[in-house]
Design a protein around this ligand. Sequence first.
Ligand SMILES: [Zn+2]
Length: 437
Amino acid sequence: MRSYIINFMKYRSSFFIILWVSILSQNILTAGELIGVRHSVEDNQIRLVFDFNESTEYNVFSLESPNRIVIDFFDTQLAGEINNLQNNPLIGDIRYSSRNQRDFRVVLNTRGLVEWSSFELNETSIQPNRVVLDIFSSPTTINDARNIIVAIDPGHGGNDPGATGPTGVREKNVTLAVARILKEELELYDGITAVLTRTSDRYVDLWDRNIIAREADADIFVSLHADAFRDPRVSGATIYSLSARGAGSEADRLLVNRENQSTILGDTDLREFPFPDLTDELISFYQEISIASAKVLGEHVIDQLATYTRVRKSDVQNAAFIVLRSPDVTSILIEMGYITNPREESMLSNPQGQRDIARGIRNGILSYLIENAPPDSLIAWNPPKLPSEPRRHTISWGETLSGIALRYQVSINRLRQANNLSNDNIYEGQIITIPPG
Ligand SMILES: [Zn+2]
């Protein structure tokens, strides 16, 4: 069975928790009720979800000899029951009791070397307040640690060309070129494996892209696109994560229609949600977490991509893209720039520009992983350093040195020094070095 659990979510989510707990600790007045415990199991991981009728303050710690994890829920009583797990490789007996007439304690006897993380989710229209505890077997040596899998999705392909630029550059070709470079750039780092949802100019159904990512056990899914607009002056990259509520603005709705339409251009019609192994409950549960972690991933990508190209919106945008709907993969969609803008069409179609965009995205993924790598990953054992390498820029007609300095957010003096320029004269086709910002 495929992984239900994406590790980064835990790590990112534990960040949220710290905030929640500090807020919630001030307003406990009446006893809450623990109304049930759910779990999902996969490979070396188990996720326990404690459902409450109200927000609950809690504390988790582990003890040795024998190994166990203890969770105290404050001002809480049990309203349901807790069953033992059958033959779980990580958890043996589960015991529980009230403490101090007020609190409720759960003790999990654990097997082998385990690590855990926890976080809290507020109630939604379909879910109660929850505390989530993830437990996973810890790699005992660096040799046991796993690679992070990044699925890269080159948008469009085959008889679906996507958008077209003023000189005829096609989105489907740009997305594939950047995807190939991004794979290469990511795999320069130990502990990262990248897979592409297509490797040639062919059409792949949007749901199939999700399925490819899930079958590869992807931790992260990055869908690459290029934007289009009737006004050629509009430029810049935009990063999207899935919104449960659908697209925000009217412009976003149009974009979603355009990107989602591509499924109709192919051989298949819009299909049903294709993950029969996931129940509705699991879908809503995991989707909420993956949306939260995707937003964080998107923020890292915005920060890093902005040092290579213009980013139009400084926040992650929400939209209801089909391709982002794997409920348990941290998924973002990147509109890398406007193919209808002549300067960006040129950047998107030339190899140096493509490498710049790929490196910006790669650095965003790396910086996300540095903070959120799951503890069973090689990246967690051996975190990468963000590169601060010089970049290169090919001068287009009409560009000025001061404009380039502004775009890359480096001083004009550093630009002159890095290129041994005695004045600000530059010419079309000249390749200059951009020092790290
Ligand atoms: Zn597209």
